[in-house]
Structure formats: structure tokens, C-alpha cells
Design a protein around this ligand. Structure first.
Ligand code: SF4
Length: 352
């Protein structure tokens, strides 16, 4: 605290806090860039507590880059089931293959090389570069933005894009003052545990003497809020078709949400749940069956998905629209990766 340089004061206090507030995680004991990479991508999807189990299961199944690269995409998607953002799982697989096929199986060791792998953005590249190789690349995520915005009073004049740039520049300076791995870990943990989004306990914070937000009573309005995302509403009718050969499932192949995942045969409709576009054989059956009262729902980053189901029992041979449609015995359904929404339907119907 005797150091006058505000940046040095901040890093000194932060590292001191970090020493007194260890946060054990299974991936923190390793310098293996592969494991660090996997853990960081999983953590972008979920909270630490949930991510822990996913990480352990993923590493058990794919213990190293080579195993991941040689596995099928279907296996990787299955391991990812429930985490959402399946593009990230596809990119993990693609990047693992690139490392094997083009980089001789060796994980790249420089920030720019790491950044050039499929699906790896500045945050993940900085995390791997600093945690595995102790390179001075600062991570910038929501936690870091919040901590530095409040402590140094940075607000980007209300523009979130400008703020992110200001924070990056500040973090790049700060990380020079301490071991980079410790700095990145400390600031992420500090944001997650102490300088939390709502009502942080500033009176007990070791940083409060020099914290701009605390001293100007601006904790609630720093960092400036992002504009609310407007989500598009979509309406799906899923057909749960029981057949003597099993349940009908189909793979989503279009460039759309949940690409390559499986689902029940699905027809998109409008907010009035019109059944006009259902195939003829289903419309014929509609005199006997009806749409479920229950509306299933899943919120994605940019979309709200609402779904109702039609349950049918038939032993007629059914026309398949594409070769992506198939039967599956109910006890084989666990082999396929489904979006959470479809898993909920299958569970609610006591199929799985
Ligand atoms: S005093 Fe409050 S706002 Fe400032 S760093 Fe500490 S927890 Fe965050």
C-alpha cells in the first residue's frame, strides 16, 4: 500500500487477496494446455460447480488431444450434451484434429498460434497462454471487466465496445506487474467471489480504500449495462412417434441451432401453432391425436424456443423425408446427443 503507483497498488492487493482466498478446481493443478483449454471452454458454458463434473467426465473420455482428434464428432457431441452452444464442441473437435494433422500433435505455445485454432477467441487463448506457459496475456471476461471498471472507474463513456478496449489495455499493463498465471487467476476469482455483479460486500473488501466505485457510490452502475438482447421466438412441433421398431428420431443437418444433434421429427410453425404445414399422414392422424397442452421451453442466447408435442402410435411403414431419419429403441436413445429441450420431452414422457 506504500507504493504510489495505482496499478501496482491494485495488483499487490489483488494477489494478497488471492493468497488468502484459494479456490480449488481440478484443472488448476495442471500445466497441460490441452486440459486447460478444455476446462476454459467448459467454463464458458456453465458455472464452476456444474462444470467440474463435465470436465472430469470429458477428460476421462478424451484424456488427451490425440484421443479427442481420433474420436467421432457424434461422441464429442454426446459428451457435450446438456452444456449447450454445440458449436463449441464441434470446434474443439476441429481444433484437436488440426493440432494432430497440421502441428504434429503438439499444442501451440504462442498466443497468436493458440488464437488461430478453430473456435479459440482472445479470452481462451489468453487463459491457455498464461496458465500453461505463463505468457503475459491478460484474460478479459465479464468478471475482469466488472472488477477493473469499478476499481479504476472506467466506463467507456457508456459504450460497451469502448469499455472493453479500455479494460483490455488496462489489464495488459497490470499483468506486466506480476506472474501472469497468478494475476489472471486472481482477477477472475476476485470477480466471481468478491466483486460480484449484484450487491458486493464492499465494506469488507480489501480493495475499498482505492476503489473508485465504492468511493463514488457507483458500484451499481459500473460497468455500464449491455443493451438487452432481443430474442426471436420460434415454435416447434415435435412428433413423438412410437413404432414397433422404436422411436423415430432425426438429425438436424441445416445450418441452424443444434446442428448435428438429434431430435424428434420436428416441424416449425407460428405462434398460433398452425398445423397446416404438417405432412399429410400426420394431418390425417390429427383427428385422433392433438397437440400437447404442455408447452416446453428453452431459452438460447438469441432465441426463445417453444415446443409442443404430438404423440402417435403406429405400425404403418412411414415415409422418411431424408436419410437422417431413423428408428431407435428407447434403450438405445442414450447413444445420441439431444438438445436439452428434447431431453426434457423424452424425460417427461418417461421414454428415458
Ligand atoms: S470495493 Fe466493492 S466495487 Fe470495489 S473492488 Fe471491492 S467489491 Fe468491487
Amino acid at each position: 500500500m506504500h507504493n504510489e503507483d495505482p496499478n501496482a497498488v491494485f495488483t499487490g492487493l489483488l494477489l494478497h487477496w488471492h493468497e488468502n482466498n484459494p479456490r480449488p478446481m481440478p484443472w488448476k493443478e495442471t500445466l497441460d494446455p490441452y486440459r486447460i483449454w478444455i476446462s476454459e471452454v467448459i467454463l464458458q458454458q456453465t458455472r464452476v460447480h456444474q462444470g467440474w463434473d463435465y470436465y472430469l467426465a470429458f477428460i476421462k473420455k478424451f484424456p488427451d488431444n490425440k484421443t479427442l482428434a481420433q474420436s467421432s464428432l457424434a461422441d464429442v457431441l454426446k459428451a457435450w450434451e446438456g452444456l449447450g452452444y454445440y458449436t463449441r464442441a464441434r470446434n474443439l473437435h476441429k481444433a484437436a484434429k488440426k493440432i494432430e494433422d497440421e502441428l504434429g500433435g503438439k499444442f501451440p505455445q504462442l498466443y497468436k498460434q493458440i488464437l488461430s485454432l478453430p473456435g479459440i477467441g482472445p479470452y481462451t487463448a489468453a487463459a491457455v497462454a498464461s496458465f500453461a506457459f505463463n505468457l503475459p496475456n491478460a484474460v478479459v471476461d465479464g468478471n475482469v471487466i466488472r472488477v477493473l471498471s469499478r476499481y479504476f472507474g472506467l466506463d467507456g463513456n457508456g459504450d460497451v465496445g469502448i469499455l472493453k478496449k479500455e479494460i483490455s489495455e488496462k489489464a495488459d499493463k497490470l499483468i506486466q506487474l506480476s506472474p501472469s498465471s497468478a494475476f489472471n487467476q486472481a482477477i477472475m476469482n476476485f470477480g466471481a467471489l468478491q466483486c460480484i455483479p449484484h450487491k458486493p460486500d464492499c465494506t469488507k473488501c480489501q480493495m475499498n480504500k482505492a476503489c473508485f466505485a465504492f468511493n463514488h457510490m457507483r458500484t451499481n452502475d459500473l460497468p455500464p449495462k449491455k443493451k438487452k438482447i432481443l430474442r426471436k421466438n420460434r415454435f416447434f412441433i415435435y412428433c413423438l412417434i412410437h413404432h414397433k421398431k422404436g422411436i423415430f428420431i432425426e438429425q438436424r443437418t441445416n445450418r441452424d441451432i443444434w446442428q448435428h444433434l438429434y431430435q424428434l421429427p420436428c416441424f416449425e410453425t407460428d405462434e398460433n401453432w398452425s398445423t397446416d404445414n404438417l405432412p399429410v399422414f400426420l394431418k390425417e392422424k390429427m383427428s385422433k391425436v392433438s397437440l400437447s397442452e404442455k408447452i416446453f421451453h428453452q431459452t438460447l442466447t438469441h432465441q426463445n424456443i417453444f415446443a409442443r408435442i404430438i404423440v402417435l402410435h403406429t405400425d404403418e411403414p412411414l415415409e422418411t423425408k431424408t436419410d437422417t431419419l431413423r428408428y431407435s429403441e428407447p434403450n438405445n436413445l442414450h447413444k445420441f446427443a439431444f438438445p436439452k429441450l428434447v431431453l426434457n420431452i423424452l424425460q417427461q414422457q418417461a421414454i428415458i
